[in-house]
Design a protein around this ligand. Structure first.
Ligand SMILES: Cc1ncc(COP(=O)(O)O)c(C=O)c1O
Length: 458
């Protein structure tokens, strides 16, 4: 299991300038791209840099064909039989907005979310509530990762128009039972939308078999380039949505006073598209298919188990989510008593070349409710190996050794003098230990303070 062959396929993981290779544990935010993806993107610009569906010359013909092949690759990977149910978007946020803003609502329609959604599946509903009288309800999930079907049933009985849940959580890595949720929702006449950002990279879905109405995916979390994603809809569901943008490429014809929209998916893909990115995303899918879903899951569970076991005896380490790593394969999210999460992240990077994510991972509502400042999130993917897991553990242990449990500020409000001297602003009630300020040059710390101010995407 150690030294997975995949590692060599990812140029960003190479050792450079005599330094050890980086340990990338931030794939829940954005995965790395293999050489095959870089080559597919370069091939487009080098060999046939045309636009699809417009001109009749050979570049255009070539890119049109490959554009549709990319659509077919997403359909195959996600279990949509008909590629015409795949809409290309820039990211999962756009896919979620397309459904949220595209459906027709009656005042009082209720949308049900969980109590730990990414902002991309939350704030869009706030706006609808304010502007169109849609009601927003939330379903509480237990901390152990278990799912309470009866609680969902109760909520559905009150009358729900749309259930909009994450499939796999970016907070703690748990996966919701998509089939059970879809069936229960449909039994009550509700539509289902899943935020598949974290589940799709693990190939965990057969959408048509399950009957999911709408599924949002981002390419940059599944080895693809940034600026790529899809909305994968059930047959017939796309025509119920109003496009977010219209214009070039979205109409059959137009006059000075009117137009007719093209059928889905083209009515949703306005303007010239991200061809290089989408052809890269197709190469990413083919890479994932070759690698295999079972192998991805096996690797992630092995690494997560290794880290969880190694730190199980550390009383100052608190892991978020289900106790069993197999129930949160890709994510090891934790807090360290007395140590600010952002400081921990900078320390791990500077001292151990371990890249993790710190803050609130765009799920502010969860931290707000629990009165937490944030946490650290290490996320695994197919290119990680046991050396990565062990380096993370060593880094955490050294950090704990350096900052003794007694006499530290923990999670109390305000920032320490060290952090302030290093140029950081207050971080959402964080009590910095100052460890990063001591171990990191001020210029870099200041930049990090802005970028990692307990906000951002993730
Ligand atoms: C669960 C979840 N939903 C939504 C998003 C937003 O994804 P995107 O950046 O593709 O819009 C993310 C990623 O940060 C995520 O992890």
């Amino acid at each position: 299991m150690n030294a997975p062959p995949a590692r060599n396929d990812f140029p960003a993981l190479r050792a450079r300038a005599g330094r050890p290779p980086p340990v990338y544990l931030d794939s829940a935010c954005m995965s790395l791209v293999p050489t095959a993806v870089l080559e597919a993107m370069e091939e487009y610009y080098r060999d046939f840099p045309g636009c699809a569906g417009r001109s009749l010359h050979r570049f255009s013909e070539e890119v049109s064909r490959r554009y549709e092949e990319a659509r077919a690759a997403f359909a195959r990977f996600l279990g949509r039989r008909d590629p015409r149910n795949i809409v290309f978007v820039r990211n999962a946020t756009e896919a979620l907005n397309l459904v949220a803003q595209g459906l027709a609502y009656e005042r009082g329609d209720t949308v049900l979310v969980t109590d730990r959604e990414h902002n991309s599946n939350l704030v869009v509903w706030h706006r609808l509530a304010a502007e169109r009288g849609v009601r927003l309800a939330s379903l509480a999930l237990g901390d152990d990762g278990g799912f309470d079907g009866d609680a969902l049933e109760e909520a559905l009985e009150r009358g729900i128009r749309l259930v909009s849940f994450f499939h796999t959580s970016n907070l703690d890595g748990r996966t919701l039972p998509i089939r059970e949720i879809t069936e229960r929702a449909h039994d009550h006449g509700a539509l289902v939308l899943f935020d598949g950002c974290q589940a799709a990279p693990r190939g965990a879905v057969d959408l048509d078999a399950v009957g999911v109405d709408y599924y949002a995916v981002s390419g940059h979390k599944m080895l693809g380039p940034t600026g790529t994603g899809v909305l994968a809809a059930a047959p017939g569901r796309l025509s119920e949505l109003r496009p977010l943008l219209i214009g070039g490429e979205t109409v059959e014809w137009s006059t000075l006073t009117g137009h007719e929209l093209r059928p889905p998916p083209y009515r949703f893909e306005a303007g010239l598209q991200n061809y290089a990115g989408l052809l890269g995303a197709r190469a990413a899918i083919e890479y994932l298919e070759r690698f295999g879903r079972d192998e991805i899951a096996a690797r992630e569970i092995d690494l997560n188990r290794r880290v969880t076991r190694a730190l199980a005896g550390e009383p100052r380490v608190h892991v978020l989510g289900p106790a069993d790593p197999a129930s949160r394969p890709s994510i090891f999210a934790f807090t360290l008593d007395g140590i600010d999460p952002n400081d921990a992240a900078v320390f791990l990077d500077e001292g151990f070349r371990v890249m993790v994510r710190s803050g609130q991972h765009c799920v502010h509502s969860f931290y707000e409710r629990h009165g937490l400042v944030g946490n650290v999130r290490a996320s695994f993917y197919l290119y990680n190996d046991r050396t990565d897991a062990d380096t993370l553990v060593r880094g955490i242990r050294e950090l704990l050794d350096r900052i003794p449990p007694a006499g530290v500020t923990g999670t109390s409000a305000g920032t320490t003098a060290e952090a302030t001297r290093a140029g950081r602003g207050p971080r959402h009630g964080a009590g910095s230990t100052g460890v990063a300020a001591r171990s990191v040059p001020p210029r870099r710390t200041a930049a990090r303070g802005r970028a990692g101010s307990a906000t951002g995407s993730g």
